[in-house]
Design a protein around this ligand. Structure first.
Ligand code: A3P
Length: 310
């Protein structure tokens, strides 16, 4: 494995630069395992996200849309008992983390199978790119993403590591140094792929979901080939999914309050404020200016616009 150079980044995690992106070494090993071994079904769905951009929410939504006929009623909805990260597992943090060739058949109880990943588009194996499986991607404006990441990393701080100050973390973020960074390269990878193949990749932004979740649930269902029937619309299924997957509902579920993710991270850390524009409470005017310049420089002629506020 060729990696270079090494950086002690947020929360003292060792990161390695590999093919244009930053990884933890153990996670990179898992990525290489699934690149080699994953044999997706055409029916599989991959949730690909930039960290801290709504992965937990998107897992809940995608699961609820796709598996909506597999439980008897809303009272039996699996999200009332299990966390979104248990129902939809990460390829690199869960399934391939300890095992280069996991038994995916028995691991996934519901069908179709839904997997999740934070890897950049260039790291997705050709087996995913060439198969019929669909990819749902989500990003968020980098200011809120950065603040969310800073809180998250300092919450899961490893023993003896010193938390990074906002200034230090921000500087590293602007240089792209955090797990799966740089932000703009990751976002642009999926953006370009989506422009080329919109039937395969759905490109979502957290701010749009916050603005009108019901329309996005409908679009997601159409994209995944399971549109809501008239009867379902009359029964209010869309609104019910929005409610079960809402921040307010999910964060009160016992498993999300007290449970642990397989990696040892408390589930509660995935639920903080869920606000658009919270960055304005933390970033200084010079930080905002630096990020605005970066946004302009990196996304300038891409056709992609990120929403900094609602
Ligand atoms: P904040 O830190 O800004 O509050 P991820 O799931 O990719 O790790 O992203 C975590 C971010 O999504 C956190 O943002 C978290 O509060 C927010 N979040 C978690 N569940 C959510 C939900 N159901 N609806 C909206 N936002 C949610």
């Amino acid at each position: 494995l060729q990696t270079s150079p090494k950086d002690r980044s947020l929360a003292g995690l060792d990161l390695y630069f590999y093919q244009g992106f930053w990884f933890k070494s153990r996670v990179l090993k898992a990525v290489i395992s699934f690149q080699e071994h994953l044999r997706p079904f055409d029916s599989d769905v991959i949730i690909a996200t930039v960290p801290k951009c709504g992965t937990t929410w998107l897992k809940a939504l995608t699961f609820s849309v796709l598996c909506r006929n597999q439980f008897a009623s809303d009272e039996n909805h699996p999200l009332l008992t299990f966390g979104p990260h248990q129902l939809v597992r990460f390829l690199e943090y869960d399934l391939y983390y300890n095992n280069p060739s996991p038994d995916l058949e028995n691991d996934c109880v519901y069908r179709p199978r839904i997997f999740s990943t934070h890897v950049p588009y260039s790291f997705l194996p050709t087996s995913i790119k060439d198969s019929g499986c669909k990819i749902v991607f989500a990003c968020r404006n980098p200011m809120d993403m950065f603040i969310s990441l800073w809180f998250f990393q300092n919450n899961i701080i490893v023993e003896n590591a010193v938390p990074l100050s906002l200034d230090e973390a921000f500087d590293k973020f602007c240089h792209g140094i955090y797990e799966f960074g740089p932000f703009f390269d990751q976002v642009l990878g999926y953006w370009k792929a989506c422009q080329e193949n919109p039937d395969k990749i759905l490109f979502l932004q957290y701010e749009d979901l916050k603005e009108d979740i019901n329309s996005h649930i409908r679009n997601l269902a159409v994209f995944l080939g399971v549109p809501f029937t008239e009867e379902e619309e009359e029964q209010g299924v869309v609104e019910e999914i929005a409610k079960i997957c809402s921040f307010e509902s999910l964060k009160e579920v016992e498993m999300n309050k007290k449970g642990m993710h397989a990696s040892g991270i408390p589930n509660s850390v995935f639920f903080r404020k869920a606000k658009v524009g919270d960055w304005s409470n933390y970033l200084t005017p010079s930080m905002v200016e630096r990020l605005e310049k970066l946004i302009q420089e990196k996304l300038g002629d891409s056709g992609l616009t990120l929403k900094l506020t609602c």
